[in-house]
Design a protein around this ligand. Structure first.
Ligand SMILES: [Zn+2]
Length: 330
């Protein structure tokens, strides 16, 4: 991994994304390994990452290749989350951590990869362009392999919610895997945005993957002043100043902000260890509340069960209909 080994390298070499398989019945992994480098958002340091195939039932596991020996592996699971302040960070008992995992997890969830090993040579993943698109592109270049094992998901059996009037997150039963999110910001550049998303029809790539993370200029100035977000720039985030978007090329979608919140939620919910069969709704939620929601879910054995997906994920109520029901609970 010399120089800046970005996904553009693969485009330059004529790699074409292979369309994702549905993976409705069997588990999936990557067909080949693939690697890239980029900058860490917080350290600003160059970091190398490789996505590797993994066996059935191994889930998503991160491996720190800059640390030798025991304790360098961390499963991407809610009970390994050690920090949610600016991004989602997982760690193990030895104090080894990997941060800024949520956009890669969103890409793995969105393209329905059940099993993969993620090697990284530092404490945070590369931020790339602030979206999940470069990760989705890498996964599609590597290709998706079905495994000889039934796919399993976590079925939500009853509504579970966390939060209050100001912000909340809900999981509720539903025939498919659907998400919705609502945000409200004083900034005229964002305002109120509400959007629903259905995992079942390949919409991730089209609707969410390229939506970038965002922040406010005053927050970013303050972070830079205290030595944080050193790798952060207009190249990897939408930056809002008052009622204005500072990025010279503007937004990728009119409602890019709520799309990115959906993307983050998809990544955070992947920390259930499996994909979810049901509906997620977030109202001004973030990583901390999303992880609290998973803790609440797994604290109640009657709220979920692990099921094989054969015959599930059928079309049922629309994501919009579930969103209306979820908003009544939130
Ligand atoms: Zn994000």
């Amino acid at each position: 991994m010399d120089a800046m080994d970005t996904p553009d390298k693969f485009r330059a070499k004529g790699f074409a994304p292979r369309p994702a398989q549905r993976g409705n019945v069997r588990q999936t992994t990557l067909k080949d390994g693939i690697s890239c480098t980029g900058r860490g958002l917080h350290s600003g340091a160059k970091v190398g990452m490789a996505l590797l195939p993994a066996e059935a039932d191994s889930g998503i596991v991160f491996r720190r290749t800059d640390l030798a020996g025991r304790g360098a592996e961390i499963a991407a699971r809610w009970d390994n989350v050690v920090d949610t302040k600016m991004c989602t960070t997982i760690g193990n008992a030895e104090g080894v951590t990997v941060g800024t995992i949520e956009h890669l997890l969103a890409a793995l969830a969105g393209l329905r990869i059940d099993n993969a090993t993620v090697e990284v040579n530092g404490p945070e993943l590369p931020v790339m362009d602030g979206s999940a698109e470069p990760f989705a592109f890498l996964i599609e270049c590597a290709g998706i392999q079905e495994l000889d094992a039934p796919r399993r998901v976590i079925e939500i059996l009853k509504p579970v919610s966390v939060g209050n009037d100001e912000k909340s997150a809900v999981l509720m039963p539903g025939a498919g895997s659907t998400y919705s999110f609502e945000i409200e910001f004083a900034s005229g550049a964002i305002g109120r945005q509400l959007r629903a998303f259905d995992m079942s029809n390949g919409a991730f790539r089209r609707e969410l993957a390229s939506a970038r993370t965002f922040g406010f200029r005053e927050e970013i100035d303050a972070m830079h002043a205290s030595g944080l977000a050193r790798g952060g720039s207009l190249a990897n985030a939408v930056v809002v100043d008052g009622n204005t978007v500072l990025n010279p090329d503007g937004l990728r979608f009119r409602d890019e902000f709520v799309r990115h919140k959906l993307l983050d939620s998809l990544g955070d919910m992947r920390l259930a260890g499996y994909q979810l069969l049901g509906h997620f709704h977030g109202y001004r939620s973030g990583h901390a509340l999303n992880i609290r929601l998973l803790r609440r879910l797994f604290a109640d054995d009657s709220a979920w069960r692990l099921v094989e997906t054969a015959g599930k994920f059928t079309a049922g109520e629309s994501a919009e209909a579930r969103m209306r029901a979820a908003r009544a609970i939130a």
